[in-house]
Design a protein around this ligand. Structure first.
Ligand code: NAD
Ligand code: TYD
Length: 359
């Protein structure tokens, strides 16, 4: 079984590749296609680099010729599409690259998969599937009423250029399913956290700033709510949708872990103080005095919360890692991998590809 994983050098993609190779070993083959933008870090995957059943291809998913060539040179059975521009703040200052990668890139991939998988009569070869990884941000923002959730049939109402571009990509996948019976699923998940997350996102940014005695920027009143999902639970959910999800269906994946941003910031400070020994000089600086309220993000969505009832009922998926445990696992990982953070923040990780592949 050959998987084409796009964006596998990013945060969720690299966790997914680790999960899959650990679970299925030599029974699967993974081709990781990634452009290696600032968010792509091949060092995340250095432990699988030498495996016979793993191959890395540096390519832009917008490059139709290159993408088509991959489908022509490999018998791809399954596509898991993570590649995207993923950071809301960047989408506010530079929206066009989001439209290009997230919308055009998805269209290019769909077209290449369709061309490779379609029979002469317009049906599709047995066993092929395209899984499009998307976000709950396409549904817009919820009120603070704790009884409201995003469901699979919640109307789309994206607010940021990021979520609008992801909503557009979802619509393209839906159009391929409706028009061509193209074999696909869409998953919409909540905020992920865990190892290998780029420190522009809230949790690794707070950990990194604390360890460096830097101020922690909290947007607005700090009471925006996100529904946090441990990245390995997400990887398992994607695999379960691939195996058990009904074709043409959308599945929401969420952790039932709603937290206000400020609660998370305070929890990270408390946990870091608990983990670090008194002799560690950094500990004295890690206090709530680092918290700095800054201007709010433009169009800042107030609350996200997902109902994962459908994936639970149909595929048997449930989150296994509650936030109280997942945040400790994550903080431990960043404390135990200081060189990873050092190479990401210094930019050195971007030399890894040329050193490994000599290009
Ligand atoms: P990420 O930013 O960490 O990684 C994105 C990866 O895509 C990088 O390796 C990057 O090099 C690659 N990429 C970007 N543009 C490319 C292009 N044009 N061609 C080929 N590769 C390209 O993102 P992530 O957090 O791992 O998110 C993965 C997917 O999950 C995205 O589609 C995102 O929208 C979705 N998602 C993420 C979250 C989250 O909390 N991180 C939540 C919901 C959905
Ligand atoms: P982020 O990790 O960027 O994910 P998303 O915007 O996709 O939900 O942000 C999570 C929340 O944290 C969001 O409400 C914005 C807030 N935030 C801050 O308050 N300060 C920061 O420095 C960052 C990056 C985010």
């Amino acid at each position: 079984m050959t998987y084409l994983v796009t964006g596998g050098a990013g945060f969720i993609g690299s966790n997914y590749i680790h999960y899959m190779l650990k679970k299925y070993g030599g029974a699967i083959r993974i081709i990781n296609v990634d452009k290696l933008t600032y968010a792509g870090n091949l060092e995340n995957l250095k432990d699988v680099e030498g495996l016979d059943n793993y191959r890395f291809v540096k390519a832009d998913i917008c490059d139709a010729d290159k993408v088509r060539a991959i489908f022509e040179s490999e018998e791809i059975d399954r596509v898991v599409h993570f590649a995207a521009e993923s950071h809301v703040d960047r989408s506010i200052s530079d929206p066009l690259v989001f439209v290009k990668t997230n919308v055009v890139g998805t269209a290019v991939l769909l077209e290449a998969a369709k061309a490779a998988w379609e029979n002469a009569d317009g049906s599709f070869k047995e066993g092929k599937k395209f899984l499009h990884v998307s976000t709950d941000e396409v549904y817009g923002s919820l009120s603070e009423d704790k009884n409201t959730f995003f469901y699979e049939d919640t109307p789309y109402s994206p607010h940021s250029p990021y979520s609008a571009s992801k909503a557009s990509s979802d619509m393209l996948v839906k159009a391929y399913m409706d028009t061509y019976n193209f074999p696909a699923n869409i998953t919409n998940c909540s905020n992920n956290y865990g190892p290998y997350q780029f420190p522009e996102k809230l949790i690794p940014l707070v950990i990194n700033n604390c360890l460096n005695g830097k101020k922690i920027p909290v947007y607005g009143d700090g009471k925006n709510v996100r529904d946090w999902l441990y990245v390995e639970d997400h990887a398992r959910g994607i695999d379960m949708v691939m195996e058990k999800g009904r074709l043409f269906e959308t599945y929401n994946i969420g952790g039932h872990n709603e937290m206000q941003n400020i609660e998370i910031v305070k929890l990270i400070i408390k946990t870091l103080r608990e983990f670090l020994p008194d002799t560690d000089k950094r500990k004295q600086r890690i206090t709530e005095d680092l918290i700095t309220y800054v201007g709010d993000r433009k169009g800042h969505d107030r609350r996200y919360a997902i109902s994962p009832d459908k994936i639970k009922k149909e595929a048997g998926w449930e989150p296994e890692t509650m936030f109280a445990d997942g945040i400790r696992l994550s903080i431990k990982w960043y404390l135990e991998n200081p060189e990873w953070m050092e190479r990401v923040t210094s930019g050195d990780y971007q030399n890894y590809y040329s050193q490994m592949y000599g290009e």
